[in-house]
Design a protein around this ligand. Structure first.
Ligand SMILES: Nc1ncnc2c1ncn2[C@@H]1O[C@H](COP(=O)(O)OP(=O)(O)O)[C@@H](O)[C@H]1O
Ligand SMILES: [Mg+2]
Length: 167
């Protein structure tokens, strides 16, 4: 694990379970509105990580890939807050982004949004977003880079790093 730039760190996941656990740790740290952008090729582990986030955040149902529905809405019992799990893989135009109302979903102050394929809507992903980049290293190994452009969001990532790696 190394710190690359001021507001990013990277680590290696050696298994699907480890990736999901990291997601769960992040989900448990989210106290309010958040946007989490998960970038990486097919099979990199984005949905696996998202499943963990949902679990840690307290979603009532297990997150499954929203590739076909594009947006899956989840709730948690404790405060009725909403989690949007969004997969933009099949989105090809600005018009389609408008149709799903992505800007409104991401702005919803009572929600957490997890976005797979955020590069399809990079102009809508704000500087406060938590970005996670997944690079497949081998069949079971993934390099994960966590970053943000926002100093308050960075506190969440620091807490994640501390909880997961002790530093
Ligand atoms: N370290 C790892 N982290 C996450 N997934 C892994 C890892 N090693 C192997 N895998 C496998 O990679 C696949 C990831 O799938 P998925 O999370 O749906 O990817 P994506 O959403 O990025 O397309 C799963 O089949 C999973 O079992
Ligand atoms: Mg996926």
């Amino acid at each position: 694990m190394a710190q690359l730039e001021p507001l990013s760190f990277e680590c290696t996941s050696h298994s699907e379970e480890q990736t999901q656990r990291l997601g769960a740790r992040l989900g448990a740290l989210l106290t309010g509105h958040a946007v989490i952008a998960l970038q990486g090729p097919l099979g990199a582990g984005k949905t696996c990580f998202a499943r963990g986030v949902g679990q840690g955040w307290g979603a009532q149902q297990v997150l499954r890939s929203p590739t076909f529905t594009i947006v899956q809405q989840h709730r948690r019992e404790v405060d009725d807050a909403v989690l949007y799990h969004i997969d933009l893989y099949r989105i090809n135009s600005e018009e389609e982004l408008l149709t799903i109302g992505l800007a409104e979903l991401l702005d919803d102050e009572r929600s957490v949004s997890i976005v797979e394929w955020p590069e399809r809507a990079s102009h809508l992903i704000g500087s406060e977003a938590i970005r996670v980049r997944f690079i497949p290293i081998s069949e079971t190994k993934r390099q994960l880079t966590f970053s943000t452009q926002d100093t308050r969001t960075w506190q969440i990532l620091l807490a994640l790093r501390k909880g997961a790696f002790g530093v």
